[in-house]
Design a protein around this ligand. Structure first.
Ligand SMILES: [Fe+2]
Length: 441
């Protein structure tokens, strides 16, 4: 799927009349937001037909991507809601037997939704994956009071659903979901096989806000916000869910990369003979080994900086990557001529950074959807020129700085091939993109 068929205003339209700026400063991570819409607001975004097609496309695929699951939610003998994996052909039966059907990451089967999610992410500079989960509920069915560890943005596609939710999160960024049991006790979910010990009081549900979500309506709930929901008539809703990839997960792969270059960090800690080990003491070699490694770690952390190229690249890659979408680049079909008009593919300011490499040579990194292009440092004037315009002729690049037309064309060829630029009037050809999600941090 291409990233080029966008206005760049998807987030503003999605939240309208609340502006992205107001959303991020007043509501994001802080408190719920309910936006009353119009029946046509999300009409082009999704519908029941697209739901059926999406689950057929991925639901039978044995190589389906990890985040995809199609489940029926039912009550087990402890009266707790549990999900069982079903086949696409069992959806009708599940609805008839009064269970909610839940599809996690339906963007795996719907390219337009995947592209929409990618644009929302870009327009928030969000360094974490954004996906759509989908809920199809029969009349009267829904979810008991719980909170999720993730941000949720529910948008009503068809039918309607009554939502009750706490005015503020009960806790910020919990590690796991939690559920209010029938006896009023709170049951915390597990995170990394460990149950989180959190002292969260049982919510007073009489204080909950109540809204009936109808087609076009949106409800944002920060992580840790209590809520329950019940369909009124058959309800189809999407939940735009934001993964929670925090600083720890951003930094950890980079620390791992740097440290595993060193033998001592790959090696096992020293083995020592048991008979020489005094009870109550750590063998001297082990102690010295740990002390030395901690010294190296302190040194290394002392050199890391938010202005350092590796961390900036990690952040830029994280905010410009999304699963199931990519830039559709292609090598120029004929050599570029001075009079050719080129246009930038994405409706965003061109993200780029110039940094010295380990030997002091300058490099320029340029970003687009799932793309990081490394250019020689003398391409900077050209990259700045491109960043300042959406459209230009090849001949112009000579006037932007110290680069010759010949060198300029070499760089433009690369940017065309990688999809960041295209020739005006030339159709973007969509290569077949398999259901393999792109890597993210
Ligand atoms: Fe939830």
């Amino acid at each position: 799927m291409s990233m080029s068929n966008a206005s760049g205003k998807e987030l503003a339209e999605f939240l309208y009349p609340v502006s992205p700026k107001e959303f991020l400063s007043e509501y994001w991570e802080k408190k719920p937001l309910y936006v009353r819409g119009t029946p046509t607001k999300f009409a082009r975004l999704f519908d029941r037909e697209r739901f059926d097609r999406a689950i057929l496309r991925v639901g039978f695929d044995k190589r389906k991507p990890g985040p995809f699951s199609l489940r029926a939610l039912w009550r087990n003998r402890h009266d707790l809601q549990a999900g069982i994996e079903i086949e696409p052909t069992q959806v009708r039966e599940a609805l008839a037997s009064r269970t909610t059907v839940c599809v996690n990451d339906i963007t795996a089967g719907d390219a337009a939704l995947a592209e929409f999610a990618a644009h929302i992410k870009r327009q928030m500079n969000l360094a974490t994956p954004v996906r759509f989960n989908c809920y199809l509920s029969p009349d009267g069915e829904g979810l008991d009071t719980h909170y999720d560890a993730r941000h949720a943005t529910i948008i009503q596609i068809s039918g309607s659903k009554r939502w009750l939710y706490s005015r503020l999160p009960a806790t910020n960024y919990p590690l796991a979901n939690a559920l209010v049991q029938k006896d009023g006790q709170i049951r915390h979910g597990e995170h990394n096989n460990r149950r989180q010990k959190l002292d969260v009081p049982t919510p007073d549900e009489s204080q909950f806000e109540e809204v009936l979500l109808e087609p076009g309506d949106l409800l944002y709930l920060p992580p840790g916000t209590w809520h329950n929901a019940k369909a009124s008539g058959e309800s189809l809703a999407l939940n735009m869910a934001f993964e929670t990839i925090g600083m720890l997960q951003v930094l950890f792969p980079e620390l791992e990369r740097m440290l595993s270059e060193k033998l001592e960090w790959r090696a096992i800690l020293p083995a020592t003979p048991l008979e020489q080990t005094r009870p109550g003491e750590v063998p001297l070699e082990v102690e010295q080994f740990i002390t030395a490694r901690l010294g190296e770690l302190r040194d290394m952390l002392g050199k890391l900086s938010s202005r350092g190229v590796e961390l900036e690249r990690i952040w830029r890659r994280a905010v410009t990557s999304s699963p199931y979408v990519s830039l559709d680049g292609q090598a120029p079909t004929s050599p570029l001529k001075p009079e050719d008009v080129l246009v930038r593919t994405e409706p965003y300011p061109l993200p780029y950074v110039r940094r010295p490499g380990p030997d002091g040579t300058q490099f320029v990194y340029v970003y687009g959807c799932n793309t990081e292009v490394l250019l020689p440092g003398d391409a900077l004037s050209l990259v700045r020129g491109i960043a300042a315009r959406q459209r230009f002729t090849v001949a112009e690049v000579e006037q932007w700085g110290d680069i010759s037309l010949k060198q300029g064309i070499e760089v433009l060829d690369i940017l065309l091939t990688r999809g960041l630029l295209r020739r005006e009037g030339e159709q973007v050809t969509a290569p077949v993109v398999g259901p393999t999600p792109a890597d993210h941090v």
